[in-house]
Design a protein around this ligand. Structure first.
Ligand code: HXC
Length: 271
């Protein structure tokens, strides 16, 4: 069936591109990661998404499975990336039930907007634990399976805040810097064994929880006009970048951070 224009995929990709590939996704019920997963499933992959909420995760898995007749999508709730054991059990179950793990999206993240003086130690630590420790756990839990794959690829979902710093986001900025750093180390350490390890750093993506928290509806239009590409990002922008990086066309890209932000962070840095 031809790949047609959709909310989550450009019509440039080939049907069956990811046939027999399996993707393991943390934070897979969130807007961005669920659409990335949907795109991969539409192009032939099977998927396992994990999250803390049982209902949300199972529901999202069912929805993603509608992207392609015959798709197998497992939703594992009750899985907190801060707990190595539950993540390991989920990764092992994914490999057992779907036949392996070829691609990983480390997407689980925590975020709230708070001035530093009102941020408790535990608030800072919670975001560091979800984003940084959770990313480490995700790599550690999936690596034994990835290393058996002919195309082992990891994408981490980061941000652009830490390039410049960001008010009310000291915790997230620190955590995402750690995520970028883990990705680079994995590229160096496991590149020789065929793994590619890259970061997608989305800017403000419309219709996401993150953008809604950070941008009030009044400032959204004003902010969009300052972005060099002249608009907010879409989930499709992120999904297309994901498909590219996981496809054969992305095989030689390793240890990189790819901002998908319409050039926004450069404008921020330059202003
Ligand atoms: C100040 C806050 C707070 C807030 C929580 N805390 N929310 N402090 N302002 N709005 C503090 C709590 O008081 C507590 O500290 C500590 O953080 C931990 O809170 P808990 O609720 O106990 O933690 P937990 O249940 O583990 O929840 C983690 C969480 C929560 C990060 C706090 O928000 C969460 O589950 N988030 C996951 C979903 C999410 O955030 N998605 C958005 C991702 S968007 P004390 O001291 O009281 O114990 C994203 C994109 C960003 O990342 C980029 C956008 C462009």
């Amino acid at each position: 069936m031809p790949v047609t224009e959709s909310k989550y995929l450009s019509p440039v990709w080939r049907d069956g591109l990811f046939k027999d590939r399996v993707v393991f996704v943390t934070g897979g019920a969130g807007t961005i990661c669920s659409m990335q997963t949907r795109a991969l499933v539409r192009l032939g992959a099977n998927a396992c998404i994990v999250g803390r909420s049982e209902d949300k995760t199972v529901e999202a898995a069912k929805d993603i499975a509608t992207a392609r007749p015959g798709a197998r999508v497992i939703g594992i709730g009750g899985c907190d990336v801060r707990q190595m054991e539950s993540l390991q059990a989920a990764a092992d179950r994914c490999a057992r039930e779907l036949g392996g793990i070829d691609f990983v999206i480390a997407g689980a993240a925590g975020n709230f907007v708070v001035p530093l003086e009102a941020m408790s130690s535990n608030a800072f630590k919670s975001v560091m634990d979800i984003d940084a420790l959770g990313t480490f756990h995700t790599v550690k839990a999936t690596l034994p399976h990835l290393l058996l794959s002919p195309t082992p690829r990891i994408i981490y979902i980061s941000a652009t805040f830490h390039y410049t710093g960001m008010p009310m986001q000291a915790h997230v900025s620190a955590a995402k810097a750690a995520v970028d750093s883990i990705a680079a180390s994995v590229a160096l350490e496991y590149g020789p064994r065929g793994v590619t390890s890259n970061v997608i750093a989305p800017g403000a993506i419309e219709e996401t929880e993150g953008a809604a928290r950070l941008l009030s509806s009044e400032v959204t239009k004003e902010y969009a006009a300052t972005i060099p590409s002249g608009r907010l990002g879409t989930v499709r922008d992120v999904a297309d970048a994901t498909v590219f990086l996981f496809s054969e066309a992305g095989a030689y890209i390793n240890g990189q951070v790819i901002p998908v932000d319409g050039g926004a962070w450069r404008r921020q840095a330059g202003s």
